[in-house]
Design a protein around this ligand. Sequence first.
Ligand SMILES: Cc1ncc(COP(=O)(O)O)c(C=O)c1O
Length: 393
Amino acid sequence: MSHNSSKIQQVCGSNSISTPAFIYDENEIQRKLSNIRKIQNCNILYPLKPCAFIDILRLMAPLISGFSVSSLFEAMLANEVIKNHNVIHITTPGLCPDEIENVSELCDYISFNSISQWKLYHNRLRSGIKQGLRINPQLSFVEDDRYNPCRIHSKLGVPLTEMVHELNDINFIKKISGFLFHNNCESTDFNDLLETVNHIDKYLPKALKKISWINFGGGYLFDESENIGALAETISCLKSKYELDIYFEPGRGIIGDAGYIVSSVIDLFKSDHRNIAILDTTVNHMPEVFEYQYKTDIIGDACNGKYKYILAGASCLAGDIFGEYRFDQPLIIGARIIFKGVGAYTLVKASMFNGINLPSIYAYTLTNKLVLRRRFTYDDFLSRYEVKNNVIE
Ligand SMILES: Cc1ncc(COP(=O)(O)O)c(C=O)c1O
């Protein structure tokens, strides 16, 4: 969990911040990156999917080997901020024929999601781009199938058992220089990774000898060095056996604890004998609350507090509810409610459903100042729905 929660609470208490707001803590991002950079022989990529705010990408660029992206637009965004030493990796099931040339120009590594995708596009790539394949290791650690890349009939990657046959095609294997897999979600146990790599090694030892790089994907949370031992072991096994260049692209693990949503109570009333507090934010600013039906931690929630409230969002959706929380003091109109640990998959998935404005974006900087970086306006809402001149008849 972020080391700065109490400082963030102090600065958010002040009225200088307008709510709803998304705050990202630059110190926490740096702390996470410096922890993971202690691991030897591992190139860290940051995937844009959990949070793609450009200032965050700029902060990270000097500290990482590059970015991983899942679409042409993400590749274009990463390209805006890359430093000389940064590379861009892409993998997606969604490659389209009209995008492949641009994708190929912008990316240094492409991990095709299927053999048929490779057949469709490998002849249209620029020379110099490194071609890889996404493998489905067919080894699951994720219980909820909606987030399980190795679910039965998965659309993500070439199943290991199919790969074994494909590798007989000499023409194909000549062009493939690496593999990517991503088979976990919010795991704190790098033994899952070790098990996955051993599993792949069991099926594809000849191919591992032939390739030159491997990308572990993301799906892991890490904090102090205590849980990263098995990661180091996995890397040193692969290095000593196959001399591979290793890439790792944790998203939530880097940005999750660095993000906060700050909201204000805008109404208080009773419904069927329960206290309801309406906030000026909504689950549509943190769609995973609704998707997963999970209860986000808030700063100041007292498990034995005397005052109990259902915290609800400002939209007309009946299920726009964050859950029931307890406080030591009664809430008042204008009270600040701060959700923590929401840096990942928040801004990128947030919508203006009901015309409710998006949270303003603030940085809590390396010099411990709160700085407004972006405020959304009616123009942002309008621009989604107005007729633009770039429509070709
Ligand atoms: C290929 C790949 N890499 C990295 C990630 C980042 O995962 P996380 O944010 O859980 O670390 C994802 C998430 O879906 C992914 O699909």
